[in-house]
Design a protein around this ligand. Structure first.
Ligand code: SAH
Length: 262
């Protein structure tokens, strides 16, 4: 693929450089200019950039500087790859970038990536949607400096008792536990925390709501963690029951297979 003079907003994946998409990597390899957050995107990926690519670290830039940099290069005919962590659509702060790019008449395209929620589920070997147990996943965060909309209070979301994945919340554990207990969860309910999913120092910690705060402190996890609270992460519960998808059930007919009558 030939790159155009525009901004490519690329999901770089959760950390492991092999977890970027083929398309994302092609763009990274061909881009004239690359902007990336060095604290979150694996710097190893930058070794794939072409020799004469201009590489900027964006951590120290504000939104205006970031967009100025994109504008300058796109208007001089260059392709710009803006590398985001995970998938850009969740907590990527891309809306404000897109808005400014649009205002300035600069074209952009978004390339999805593997979100850390899925890298965390993979590391913990959890299916977030187990039939008859939970069929819904809520991606959310605890309220910190960014206020939560009134109708999205954790207590109300937790009342659904489905799989809940918490981003950006490792330092807000007490609040999370309190709200889940208020919503009717039990102290014994399973929680899996994945620290730096897919990085070499990844850690998978299995605990319960009641022990979550102490476990996080003991493990020293204060950032880059995905907290998954779900019955689907409860190994003891899964052991007890038989929760199986109808998709592979012998008697279940679907578009690709006729079920046996029983
Ligand atoms: N767009 C990103 C999320 C950015 S917000 C994505 O799709 O993954 C940053 C938060 O994502 C962190 O606070 C943490 O909760 C989570 N996160 C990012 N990388 C992670 C990783 N490798 N392992 C676990 N959690 C991660």
């Amino acid at each position: 693929m030939e790159l155009e003079a525009k901004v490519y907003i690329v999901g770089s994946g959760p950390g492991d450089p092999d977890l970027i998409t083929v398309k994302g990597l092609k763009i990274l390899e061909k881009a004239d200019v690359i902007l990336y957050t060095d604290s979150l995107v694996n710097p190893v990926l930058m070794e794939r950039a072409k020799k004469d690519a201009l590489i900027f670290k964006s951590a120290g830039m504000n939104l205006e500087e970031l967009v100025d940099c994109m504008e300058e290069h796109v208007k001089s005919g260059k392709s710009v790859a803006r590398m985001h962590t995970g998938d850009p659509a969740v907590y990527g702060a891309i809306y404000e970038q897109m808005k400014k790019l649009k205002q300035r008449g600069i074209a952009y395209q978004i390339i999805p990536g593997v979100s850390s929620v899925f890298a965390a589920a993979a590391a913990a070997e959890v299916e977030l949607t187990i039939p008859e147990l939970t069929q819904t996943v809520i991606l959310t965060r605890a309220e910190g400096r960014t206020p939560m909309p009134e109708k999205e209070q954790l207590k109300d979301l937790a009342a659904h008792h489905c799989s809940i994945a918490l981003f950006l919340s490792a330092t807000l554990i007490k609040k999370i536990v309190k709200e889940f207990l208020e919503a009717g969860w039990n102290e014994e309910d399973a929680v899996v925390v994945v620290y730096r999913a897919s990085w070499p120092d990844e850690k998978v910690v299995r605990t319960t709501l009641g022990s979550l705060d102490e476990t996080m402190r003991k493990e020293g996890i204060r950032k880059q963690a995905m907290v998954i609270i779900s019955k689907a992460a409860d190994e003891a519960l899964l052991e007890e029951g038989t929760f199986e998808s109808k998709l592979y059930d012998k008697s279940f007919t679907h578009g690709y297979r006729k079920g046996e009558s029983v």
